[in-house]
Each structure stands twice: as structure tokens, then as C-alpha cells.
Design a protein around this ligand. Sequence first.
Ligand SMILES: Nc1ncnc2c1ncn2[C@@H]1O[C@H](COP(=O)(O)OP(=O)(O)O)[C@@H](O)[C@H]1O
Ligand SMILES: [Mg+2]
Length: 300
Amino acid sequence: MRFFEHTLFSGLKMILLEEMTFRWLEKFGVGGKEPEKNVPAGFAGSEKELEHSEEKRYASPPEIKSPDEEILISRRETKVKSLEGGTTHPLFVELKDDGKGVFKEAAWERERAVYLIDRFLGLELVPPTVVRQVNGILGSLQRFIPDATLGGNKDMETHLAACKTDMIKLWLLDIIIDNGDRNYANFLIKNSKVYAIDNGYSLNYGNKKDSLCYADFEKRISLYCGYKRFPGENLPVKLAGQMKKFLENTAGQKILQELLAELIGEDNARACLKRIVFVTKMIAEKGAVGSAGEDYLAID
Ligand SMILES: Nc1ncnc2c1ncn2[C@@H]1O[C@H](COP(=O)(O)OP(=O)(O)O)[C@@H](O)[C@H]1O
Ligand SMILES: [Mg+2]
């Protein structure tokens, strides 16, 4: 017994010593793991720790989850720096073993909510956006799109001609999320594909000042979205079919509404689903989104 205790004790001591030596070596940059530079003080999360925090609560249901979400959620950040050009101080984040994202503390619930809406509708405009902590702060982390041009750059007309369907999708998305901020710097274009970024100034039901949805429908659909709008124009058949499919998917609508309610509140979620049904019904009936003549927003 004594022998056993002694062996156990020595074993533990060895492990402890080894760990201390390793830490010491690491601290002074001698051997050990590659020291990670630019990790802000205060962040000490390992993959294990990340697994146990809020990230799980907001994870996507399997039916809409994209593989990129797992990368964005589970990989530890190795570099965090300010992203030039934002007013809400977004951060550029590099992740261990590759992966880059844009982290936002401001309106992270809406950034995530808009990604979910995009996934459920199959629009494929919003880069994968998850909820996680960076530097101990909860926010949204969106996949960074490298080498993209801002939507409103000088070659815009050429770009837009090549991705008209995506621009129609963007216009639809902005009606659905009631976006008040789709300016030239809030969508990106790369290889004729449009990416909807900075989606946080949206989904503001109940806030008359910040919500465009209190304007009448005609006015809403005539708003310029990245300098383009398509009221009354027939939608491409594939896109119309896709929107119709979600109108028929009542189970999907219910799941989406529940997920949204957790992020942006019940009323906001209900108002958004009402807009989705309103718009998709119109597409199913007319093949286009045009004059409505009724209040498309009020939820009571
Ligand atoms: N996912 C992304 N991929 C690539 N660049 C991005 C991404 N998100 C933001 N950016 C860049 O950072 C700028 C500021 O980000 P944005 O989300 O618009 O912040 P703000 O809310 O402060 O306007 C954008 O105009 C764009 O140039
Ligand atoms: Mg912006």
C-alpha cells in the first residue's frame, strides 16, 4: 500500500514538474509550443473551454448548419486587431489552424439573426455568422471574405450586371429584415457573388425611429439597396421557386421564429416571420414583389 502511495505521489509530482518546466520554457520562448503572439491579455480560452460556454446555446440546428460555423465557433483566436473602416469597431480575428472572422460586439444578436434568416431562405448572401466569445466578450463572429471589393466601388455597374440575381436577393433580404443600412460599404462583391455584411441595423420592430417597416410597403420596396431596386420586376424562376418553398415549409418557419425569438425577442421574431410570409406569398402569386396596398408589418 505504502509502495503504491509513494509511486502515485511521485508520478503526480513528475507531471506537475513537467508542466511547470513546459510553462517556463514556453514563457521564455524556449522550445515548447509555438508562442502565440497578439493574443490579447485576458483571453485564455482553450477549445475545451469554448465548448462549454454560450456558443452551444446559440448553435445552429443541424438542418441549416454550415461546416464553417464549427470552425468559427471552436477554434481559438490567435490574433485580434481592429478592422479599419467600421464605425461600430469591428475586430479582425485570426483563428488557430486557419480561419478568419469579423467580430462584433454591437448588435451581435441581429448579425446572427440575419444569418439564420439567410440560411432558412437559402439565399446564400450572408457569410457564416456565429455567436461566440472573443477576448472574453460575447459577440458575433462572421467569416471574413478576403479580396472582396466593396459593393459601391467605381466598377459597380460592371459588377452588378454580372450578379443581378444576387442583387435581387439582397433587395429581398433587406425588405425581410427591414434593413436601414445597406450602404455601399455594407455589401461585398467577389467573383460575381454578393456578400451581405453589416446586417445589425435591422429587425427593429417596435422602434419607430430606427425601423423602416413603419413606412408603407410601396415606400419600403422602392428604397435603394446598394443603388438597386426591383419592385414589380419578375424574379428569376429559381429564386421564386426557392422563396415559395419556404412559404410551404411551415415547420421551418416555426423553427426559425423560435431561434429568432431567442435572439431578438418574440415580437421582433413574429414581425419578421410575418414579413417573410407576406413577401413569399406575393412572389408565389405574382412572381414579383410589387404594390401591396396593405400594411405588411403590424403584428397585432
Ligand atoms: N465578413 C467580412 N468580410 C470581409 N470584410 C468585411 C466583413 N465584414 C466587414 N468587413 C469590412 O469591414 C468594414 C466595416 O465593417 P462593418 O460590418 O460594415 O462595420 P460597421 O458596422 O462599423 O460599419 C466593411 O465595410 C468591410 O470593408
Ligand atoms: Mg458598415
